[in-house]
Design a protein around this ligand. Structure first.
Ligand code: HEC
Ligand code: HEC
Ligand code: HEC
Length: 117
């Protein structure tokens, strides 16, 4: 009887540890680039996305640092425009499982940043 209890405890403990590891796993370690890339015959790269935005200046870059050159402040600041685009999307959250921490990172000290910036 004692042995069974021990084995159960061991199994439970292992499941708990594995579960925690699975929760901590980052599906989008590269932030924007983890989703905005070429997939098969579809081009979701940032440079391809902006080609679809009417009136957008022609930019070849895929690096969010380059975007921030124009999108730090003002009407089109990323801190205003990027949140609704993603958080109201039927694809970003519901289909891909994206959330704040897909774009943002937290340092061991608890400070938030944007991955790649
Ligand atoms: C988890 C995946 C994911 C991550 C991470 C992500 N995106 Fe997106 N992004 C999407 C999806 C999905 C859409 C399409 C939204 C829709 O139309 O439903 C999108 C749309 C866009 C668009 C098109 C907007 C438009 O008006 O057509 C741009 C630009 C964009 N994202 C930039 C970024 C930038 C910059 C980052 C990083 C700071 C980023 N994304 C991070 C999934 C992601
Ligand atoms: C040289 C300046 C410049 C750079 C660099 C730039 N943008 Fe833009 N972006 C603009 C301007 C100007 C607009 C407004 C276009 C308009 O509607 O007339 C805009 C609009 C947008 C919008 C639409 C916002 C909205 O709500 O309508 C998105 C999304 C966007 N840019 C994404 C990007 C991404 C992603 C990058 C980097 C790959 C990038 N931009 C780099 C100047 C720039
Ligand atoms: C698609 C990527 C993306 C997602 C998802 C996202 N953010 Fe952001 N967030 C950004 C970017 C890019 C900035 C602008 C950073 C900058 O200006 O340096 C930003 C800026 C911010 C800021 C700073 C605003 C300010 O005034 O300086 C806060 C706070 C923030 N995000 C919170 C959140 C929270 C909370 C969530 C989830 C509910 C979230 N973000 C989801 C990309 C994202």
């Amino acid at each position: 009887m004692k042995k069974v209890a021990f084995i159960l405890l061991l199994a439970f403990g292992t499941a708990l540890v594995l579960g925690t590891v699975a929760l901590a796993e980052d599906k989008f370690p590269q932030g924007c680039a983890s989703c905005h890339k070429v997939e098969g015959d579809k081009d979701y790269s940032l440079s391809a996305e902006i080609q679809k935005i009417k009136g957008h200046p022609a930019i070849k870059a895929n690096d969010v640092k380059v975007c921030m050159g124009c999108h730090k402040e003002g009407k089109f600041a990323f801190k205003k425009v990027l949140h609704p685009i993603h958080l109201n999307s039927q694809v970003f959250g519901p289909k891909l499982g994206g959330n704040c921490l897909s774009c943002h990172a937290m340092s061991p000290e608890g400070e938030m940043s944007v991955k790649g910036l």
